[in-house]
Design a protein around this ligand. Structure first.
Ligand code: GUN
Length: 281
């Protein structure tokens, strides 16, 4: 079997078309959708992500503003900016790019974002709503993975799903979304003993651990759906996913490439959350 490749750029373009139509509808009522993107420090990868997010937003008619703070900004300084953006009626969505420099209490920063402006879906209230099965804003990467599964025609209800990685950004909300969609979910992590066997039994594999090619192609159940969230850099600077791509693609039913799979979908789902925030405001 050779897998159908799920083209994240193509699906993201479809989502962006929908977002554009919704921002235009709001504009005709005099509402300009506003997104504030906050970047602290000069991590080069984060700078690339933030640039792509603001570019995508502007392409969809969203007024994206960039707020760059030096790496030595204090917790109080960042909290003050979040409070200012939280009180600004022109700002419908706030995104604080992660990871923050080590001296920050990241949880306290995220908790300070008003939940109705938390378009990243990381505030405890929004994560709690996902846990309840009543989402308002869903974390962008897991939401993007669900969209890709739907686009690939993957049946989630009743499927065995394995999620690798238990981060708050991806693994945990991903496991909840799959469970909400009636999959039987196994959440694996660095202490999981029999990873190969668990992956081999899975109809759906979501790899989000940040380790190049940890998931071996030979582990993949024939016909499985494989979603690769990993963005790792090889010694030659090339991007490598968490899945051994060529060998996995030879067995899977559908698979996402790196780059061009989940990444564009994360950004598209951010835009969708942002226009939704403006519609709900
Ligand atoms: N860093 C990597 N992915 C993300 C994301 O989805 N949101 C934020 N805020 N930071 C990230």
């Amino acid at each position: 079997m050779t897998a159908q490749v799920l083209d994240g750029k193509l699906v993201a373009a479809l989502v962006k078309d929908e977002v554009r139509a919704r921002t235009q509808a709001l504009a005709s009522r005099g509402v300009t959708v506003g997104l504030a993107v906050v970047l602290v420090g000069d991590d080069p990868a984060s700078a690339v992500y933030v640039k792509a997010k603001t570019k995508d937003a502007r392409e969809c008619g969203i007024d994206a503003t960039d707020h760059r703070l030096p790496a030595d900004t204090s917790q109080a300084g960042l909290l003050a900016l979040v409070a200012q953006l939280g009180a600004d009626p022109r700002v419908h969505g706030i995104l604080v790019q992660l990871p923050l420099p080590k001296h920050f209490d990241t949880d306290a920063i995220i908790a300070a974002i008003p939940p109705h402006k938390d378009v990243d879906g990381l505030h405890p209230e929004n994560l709690g709503r996902v846990a309840q099965g009543k989402p308002r804003f869903t974390a962008c990467t897991p939401a993007g993975c669900m969209r890709l599964l739907a686009h690939g025609g993957v049946t989630v209800a009743g499927a065995s799903a394995v999620v690798l990685g238990r981060s708050v950004l991806v693994g945990k909300p991903m496991a909840l979304l799959l469970a909400n969609a009636d999959a039987t979910v196994t959440l694996c992590h660095s202490k999981t003993r029999d990873l190969a066997e668990r992956v081999a039994a899975a109809d759906i594999v979501i790899a989000a651990v940040g380790r190049s090619e940890l998931v071996r192609g030979a582990w993949i159940k024939p016909g499985a759906a494989v979603i690769d969230v990993g963005i790792n850099r090889g010694a030659d600077g090339k991007l490598i996913g968490d899945v051994e791509y060529a060998a996995a693609a030879a067995r899977a039913g559908v698979i996402t490439p790196v780059p061009g799979g989940v990444g564009p979908m994360t950004r598209a789902c951010l835009l969708e959350n942002t226009v939704r925030a403006a519609e709900l405001a």
